[in-house]
Design a protein around this ligand. Structure first.
Ligand code: TXD
Length: 315
């Protein structure tokens, strides 16, 4: 069986980590694209040269020519600018809109059958733009936010209770902003509801830390944002597709009536398999969670409106 081809658009902090994980997990041949000549080639060669030590035979190459992503099965997009301290994700809108438009046109041209995972912020707007510009069906364009946000929530809960992270199941839904929704009613530790194990007040503190976890890392790094964990999150989504796992993961998916929401990308549990986003799972949420989802979707809609203004202004 021929190896799969994975195109990474953007060879910065997340892009480089993605390439490394693709190689370590032997997901397929990797092509890393970036506009800065030398960076994708250098990172690719560095990872390629670790092959004999790690025992992977996949090809890892870097390029500044879109032609080289031809026929990719999966494209993961991180091209853009990352946050610096004091910036919100939405502050990146103007600059990243322009980049996402160009990237999406080239994905449509060179990898017309790819499953596309968008990571670039502001995530909910960028994934919307990618779907519009590529013209791909909704099952083939998805945004990464929820897997990471849920992983952060799970980490903090495991730490609080001193249990394995593998015993903690949790979902963080909604937009990838500070009003994301940690869904307490679906959070369990080895099958036990979280509310039985952690007092409500402490749980609220953990949920607040989860909402601000991206900013916590930006404040520490000062020169950029998180990259190891966002890369792991996107790789989990790519694996679900490449291995047809039919795994349920919280992702930014295009909704058409689910959760009473229409025509917007929003973080919900979806099933990912060979067909991409094969199904949206509708959970029974508490009244409080439903309200929080409404607040969050309002913010996503405002963000998309702001993006439309930017696009209109730029022609
Ligand atoms: O969970 C999530 N969705 C996220 C998203 C979590 C963390 C960070 N998230 C966002 O991902 C972040 O706010 C950024 O918008 C992206 C990429 O983050 P990364 O940390 O990888 O940023 P870098 O290191 O600045 O890398 C961006 C690369 C850099 O090498 C640029 O040269 C390149 O993007 N770039 C381009 N590549 C291709 N095409 C164009 N036009 C282009 N412009 C810049």
């Amino acid at each position: 069986m021929a190896r799969k081809k994975i195109a990474l658009i953007g060879a910065g902090n997340i892009g480089g980590t993605l390439a490394h994980l693709c190689a370590l997990k032997r997901l397929g041949d990797v092509v890393m694209y970036d506009v800065i000549d030398g960076v994708p080639q250098g990172k690719a060669l560095d990872i390629f040269e670790a092959g004999p030590i790690e025992g992977y035979d996949v090809n890892i190459t870097g390029t500044t020519k879109y032609d080289d992503i031809k026929g990719a099965d999966v494209c993961i997009v991180t091209a853009g600018v990352a946050r610096k301290p004091g910036m919100s994700r939405d502050d990146l809108l103007g600059i990243n809109c322009k980049i996402m438009r160009e990237v999406s046109e080239n994905i449509a041209k060179y990898a017309p059958n790819a499953f596309v995972i968008v990571i670039t912020n502001p995530l909910d707007a960028m994934v919307t733009l990618c779907k519009r510009v590529t013209g791909f069906p909704k099952n083939r364009v998805v945004g990464q936010a929820g897997v990471l946000d849920s992983s952060r929530y799970r980490t903090f809960i495991a730490q609080e209770l001193n249990v394995s992270v593998q015993n903690v199941t949790a979902m963080v839904l909604g937009g990838h902003g500070d009003d994301m929704v940690p869904v307490r009613s679906y959070c369990q530790v080895a099958g036990q509801p979280i509310e039985r194990l952690i007092p409500a007040k402490r749980l609220e503190e953990i949920e607040q830390r989860t909402r601000q976890a991206g900013g916590e890392i930006v404040a520490l790094l000062k020169t950029g944002s998180a990259f190891y964990s966002p890369a792991s999150a996107a790789i989990q989504m790519a694996e679900a597709h490449l291995f047809d796992k039919k795994q349920v993961l919280p992702c930014a998916a295009y909704l058409e009536g689910e959760y009473g929401i229409n025509g917007v990308y929003f973080g919900v549990p979806v099933q990912i398999g060979a067909g991409g986003v094969e199904r949206v799972i509708e959970l029974d949420l508490s009244e409080k969670e439903k309200k929080e989802m409404q607040v969050s979707v309002g913010h996503v809609q405002e963000l998309v409106t702001a993006m439309d203004k930017v696009l209109a202004a730029n022609g």
